[in-house]
Design a protein around this ligand. Structure first.
Ligand code: HEM
Length: 307
C-alpha cells in the first residue's frame, strides 16, 4: 500500500487556520504552564520567561524564511505544503512573540528598577522595538482589512523587510552567544538553524540564476576563473561561519576602530554586521559562479547605446 503524501498534506486538519490552532494552542498551554511555575515577582523570573517564550518563536521565523526557497530547490508535495502554509506558520511565530511581548511589558512596567539596571540598553531597545513594529505591521497586513490600506509594493516592503529583520535578530543573538565562553547546545542549534535558513535562500537564488544561464546556453557561460573564485568564496564562507568565535574579536576591533563606527555601534541595529559576513560572502560566491558574462556584456553595450 503506497502512501499518497500529496493527499495527506491536503488534509484540512493540517492546513491554514487549523494548522495554526493545532500549533499555537498546545504551544500557548505549555508557555502558560511555564508561566505558572515561574516567579513573576522577580526580575530574574520574568526575564527567564522572556527568553523561554522567544525560544518557542524562533523555529517558526526560520521556517518562514526558508519556505519559498525549499520549494525552489526541492520541489515536491512537502515543500509545497510548507510554502502554502507559510502565513500560518508566521502567525504561530507572532503568537509566541506576543507572549514575549507580554513579559517585556510586565518587566518594563512593574519591575522598572530591574529593567533599567539589568536589561535596558539603547541599541537593544531600538532593535527590539523595530522588530515588534515590523511584527505588528506584518500581522495586520496579513488580513484583508489591513492589506487594503497598503499597495502591493508597501506590502512587499513590510513583509520582506520584517522577515529579514526578525530572522536577523535571533540569528545574531545566537552568533554572539557562540562567541562567549560557555555556549549552550541550544545556541548552536539556533545559530546553525538561522544560517541554514538564509543559506537555503542564497542557494535557491543561485539555482534560479543557473537555470536562466542554461536557457541562454548558446549566448554565454561563466568563465572558469570566476567559477573557481566563486567556489573558493563559498568554501571560505562556510568555514568562516563555523569558526566565528575565533575571528569575532579582532574583526570587531577593526570594524569599530574609527570613532564614527564606534558611535554607530551604540545605536544602529546590528552594526557592524559581523554575524552576517559569512552569508554575504556566500552570496557573493554564488553570484560569481552564476554570472553570465555574455549577458552582462550585452547589457552594458545596450545600456551605452540607449544613453
Ligand atoms: C524591546 C523589545 C525587547 C526586549 C526589551 C527584549 C528583552 C530580552 C531579554 C531581557 C532577554 C533575556 C532573557 C533571559 O534572561 O534569558 C531577551 C532574550 C532574547 N530575545 Fe529579546 N527583547 C526584545 C525584543 C526581541 C525581538 C523582537 C526578538 C526577535 C525575535 C528577540 C529575540 C530574543 C532572543 C533570540 C533572545 C535569547 C533567548 C535565549 O536565551 O535563548 N527579542 N530579550
Amino acid at each position: 500500500m503506497s502512501i499518497d503524501l500529496k493527499k495527506i498534506l491536503k488534509n484540512n486538519a493540517i492546513n491554514e487556520w487549523r494548522l495554526f490552532w493545532l500549533i499555537s494552542i498546545p504551544m500557548s498551554i505549555i508557555i502558560a504552564i511555564a508561566t505558572m511555575n515561574a516567579d513573576l515577582s522577580t526580575g530574574e523570573g520574568v526575564s527567564h520567561m522572556i527568553g523561554y517564550s522567544v525560544r518557542w518563536a524562533i523555529p517558526f521565523i526560520y521556517l518562514v524564511v526558508a519556505a519559498s526557497s525549499v520549494q525552489i530547490l526541492f520541489p515536491g508535495p512537502f515543500p509545497m505544503w510548507w510554502l502554502r502554509n507559510r502565513k500560518y506558520i508566521g502567525l504561530c511565530f507572532a503568537v509566541a512573540m506576543a507572549w514575549q511581548g507580554m513579559f517585556i511589558f510586565v518587566i518594563s512596567t512593574f519591575l522598572r528598577d530591574y529593567y533599567f539596571k539589568e536589561i535596558y540598553y539603547f541599541r537593544d531597545e531600538l532593535e527590539g522595538t523595530v522588530g515588534y513594529i515590523f511584527l505588528a505591521a506584518m500581522v495586520v497586513t496579513s488580513f484583508r482589512f489591513g492589506r487594503k490600506h497598503v499597495n502591493p509594493m508597501q506590502w512587499k516592503l513590510v513583509h520582506k523587510g520584517g522577515i529579514y529583520f526578525l530572522w536577523a535578530y535571533p540569528f545574531s543573538v545566537y552568533w554572539w552567544n557562540l562567541s562567549y565562553a560557555d555556549p549552550r547546545p541550544l545556541d548552536y542549534i539556533f545559530y546553525y538553524g538561522g544560517f541554514l535558513a538564509f543559506a537555503i535562500r542564497i542557494a535557491a537564488w543561485g539555482k534560479q540564476r543557473q537555470q536562466a544561464l542554461k536557457k541562454k546556453a548558446s549566448g554565454g557561460s561563466t568563465p572558469l576563473a570566476l567559477k573557481t573564485l566563486g567556489s573558493a568564496m563559498i568554501f571560505f564562507a562556510l568555514i568562516a561561519s563555523a569558526i566565528g568565535m575565533h575571528w569575532q574579536k579582532p574583526l570587531t576591533a577593526f570594524l569599530t576602530g574609527k570613532p564614527w563606527s564606534a558611535e554607530l555601534e551604540l545605536w544602529l541595529p546590528f552594526w557592524p554586521f559581523e554575524p552576517f559576513l559569512p552569508l554575504f560572502i556566500l552570496g557573493l560566491g554564488t553570484l560569481l559562479i552564476t554570472i553570465n558574462i555574455h549577458q552582462e556584456k550585452t547589457k552594458i553595450v545596450a545600456d551605452r547605446l540607449t544613453d
